[in-house]
Design a protein. Structure first.
Lengths: 143, 143
């Protein structure tokens, strides 16, 4: 038993559920695909940050093919959960994301995409999508 | 039609699918809960960063109740997809995350949690979970 409070990757899952495979056909390198641990709809979370300032700009979703396109075109490409289609960031807005590097996390369910962001990352016009603060009301919040 | 390439929130969804509601009972403020746009298994992605350096440490998952506990205890609390249970970061490892602020993104499917991280964020012992670089092989990668 690992001396850790992190989720156990690859451990037996309650109910014996098998982690979801790719949702759609993809040209992604099979070695990378084998490391992904997807949501039930076949996606991993992509955290996007400005490569030099480190500012977290947005979170979007990638399936295997979106990751493949991101890695091979250098243009951040996502899967739209609402439209059920691929979208290249900036294709219609002009707010391009030029990819500098991509890192996979230890358990394969998230990517950290470092980009050079042109203009606003958020479709609302904000530089970052994280502009809504939620109230933290604990005595430990400032400890 | 919005002049944006971002996913359209609240738009009609192919097949008329309704966004998933909470997966489990929760004490989360209903006004906040109403803003969440969850994965099919009732989760939102929580991006965790060190509050002062801005370093992205990890991504974990929260359901409504995990978010409630995070906001009201000041201790980062997640839902483990593999174990199907709540976990308080640091409870067994000692690598506590003291929450400084929490922000919700524009479309309600991701949180940015700024913490004071004690020790390593990753269960492997790395400071951050994003230590596996993937190859970016495009001519635009350095543009």
């Amino acid at each position: 038993m690992p001396a850790s409070d992190a989720p156990v990757t690859g451990a037996s899952r309650p109910g014996g559920a098998v982690p979801p495979g790719p949702a759609r056909p993809s040209r992604l390198d099979p070695e990378i695909a084998a490391r992904l641990r997807r949501t039930p709809d076949g996606l991993v979370a992509a955290v996007v940050r400005q490569h030099d300032s480190g500012e977290v700009l947005m979170v979007a979703w990638m399936d295997d093919e979106a990751l493949h396109r991101t890695l091979t075109t250098g243009r951040a490409t996502y899967w739209s959960r609402s439209r059920q289609e691929y979208w290249v960031k900036g294709a219609t807005s002009g707010h391009h994301q030029y990819v500098r590097s991509v890192a996979l996390d230890c358990d394969g369910d998230a990517l950290l995409v470092s980009v050079d962001q042109v203009g606003a990352a958020c479709h609302t016009g904000h530089r970052t999508c994280f502009f809504t603060e939620l109230p933290v009301s604990s005595p430990e919040a400032t400890s």
